[in-house]
Ligand binder design. Structure first.
Ligand code: ADP
Length: 190
């Protein structure tokens, strides 16, 4: 199984690049942000539980996020592999993911971390706001999301670095060039 973590701060281009990765490697896409938004739109119990957090740019508690990811994985038993997009965002989630994969004799193959500086992130989300309709693309919420990233999520990087799985890719520049750098990392892990 090819299991990839696509890692990066809000606005780094995870959504754009994961679409291209899925098309090339036939992986199952698991985006925790997408799943949360879908549940909120459908008014499910999970949606009601997470709305307050997501719309204010705060991380959803680990217990809720991990349970949701586990059932999403269970719903794709025949998958050739997964691309995890927006997960893990805490060290607790990273450990839980390793345990879940180990339980089925699998593991994370590689971690691609998109590197984009804070100034560029703010500029991109400002642009996206014009078309995205996302409640959390409002400026104060964006700052909160970036804050959550730099206070909680960055700690996931040393976790994977210690496992020798971390690969940083420059996330600024031409979309196809960035994609080529990503596929170089994935092909080396196959
Ligand atoms: P971004 O554009 O910030 O990368 P996402 O679509 O990945 O946004 O996530 C949107 C929101 O969903 C986050 O701000 C957070 O509230 C929630 N969320 C998504 N993934 C996670 C996660 N792994 N752990 C906790 N909360 C999450």
């Amino acid at each position: 199984m090819l299991n990839i973590v696509l890692f990066g701060p809000p606005g780094a281009g995870k959504g754009t690049q994961s679409e291209k990765v899925i098309a090339k490697y036939a992986l199952t896409h698991l985006s925790t942000g997408d799943i949360f938004r879908e549940n909120i739109a459908n008014g499910t119990d999970l949606g009601k539980k997470v709305k307050e957090y997501t719309e204010n740019g705060l991380l959803v508690p680990d217990s809720v996020t991990i349970d949701m990811l586990k059932s999403a994985m269970d719903g794709h038993k025949g998958a050739k592999g997964f691309i995890f997009d927006g997960f893990p965002r805490t060290v607790g989630q990273a450990e839980a993911l390793d345990n879940m994969l180990a339980a089925s004799g699998s593991k994370i193959s590689t971690v691609v971390a998109l590197d984009v500086n804070e100034g560029e992130l703010k500029k991109r989300i400002e642009e996206r706001k014009k078309v995205s309709n996302r409640a959390d693309d409002e400026e104060s919420k964006v700052l909160k999301r970036i804050d959550e990233y730099f206070s909680k999520t960055v700690h996931v990087l040393p976790y994977y670095e210690k496992q020798g799985k971390l690969h940083k890719v420059n996330g600024i520049g031409n979309i196809d060039q960035i994609f080529t750098s990503i596929t170089d990392v994935i092909d080396a892990a196959k």
